[in-house]
Design a protein around this ligand. Sequence first.
Ligand SMILES: O=C(O)CCC(=O)C(=O)O
Length: 300
Amino acid sequence: MRLDQQPSTPWVESDQVEAYLDAVGADAAQRRFVTDLHRDGVAVIDLGPEGRALCDEVTAQTARFFTLGVRRVQDAWRRSPAARALSNLPVIDNMLTLAYGRRPFAFQTLNFVIGSEQSAHADAVHFHCEPQRFMCGVWFALEDVAADAGPLFYHLGSHKRPVLGMREAGVVGRAPEDQDYETFYVPAFARTLAVPRTLAMLKKGQALVWTANVAHGGSRIVRQGATRRSMVTHYYFENCLYYTPMRSEPERGRYDLRLPANLKTGLWVWPRREGRRAPLPLRTVKSALMQAVRRSVHIT
Ligand SMILES: O=C(O)CCC(=O)C(=O)O
């Protein structure tokens, strides 16, 4: 085991995770977090008083985006210092660094006031990287979650299955298109799920980390009008090639590369292949620049 170089598989996804935790002298809380994440694909962190206070600030600072009919607000961090601070809390940074063996950086936020009711999926179909699985999501409960408010759900241990991409979902002989997600991916993914779903009944100030390939989504809202204030922050890790799988054909070496923002610095993290900067199309750089200048928040 080499601890002096970055792993090519996240430690948390590796069979050597126990030996790794011994080697780095992990304490009880760190050990519990990493072993839960390794076994289940999800693990919970309590953010303490500072985190709970930030949850209220995020709710207050993002309320103005949720006009009638708005369901999801992407990248509120550009306008909400609290959303940025919550995503960058040291406890999250430290736990992810330990679990993955590389430094994480938050690159996107999604805010919700009501449940998302999203179909089961793994984030690896939306955001992935080389080497694989250096990506995770963190779901922040901005209020206590009620069972009838459409809680987040996940399938324990589902991250251990192979990653399902558009090819495996049945899109063959052509490049994948956006509508293939609902037509091919969602039903194919549902067929791979062997264990029943678990509901994430989190309290305000708790955060649930999910790995890149764990199955999760939003359950049905049973009580109309019930709120479920939450924020999802997506993280990548340093020194990887970041890409959008739904618009890529990795088997042909065709990657739709990303230039992800770094919520800590406000700058970008250039994708790297084998330690070197990968060339990016000018339109990708231009689009990242415009979003930063306009401080764009996407509302859907
Ligand atoms: O918050 C939810 O209901 C699900 C969110 C989700 O699946 C995602 O952001 O990938």
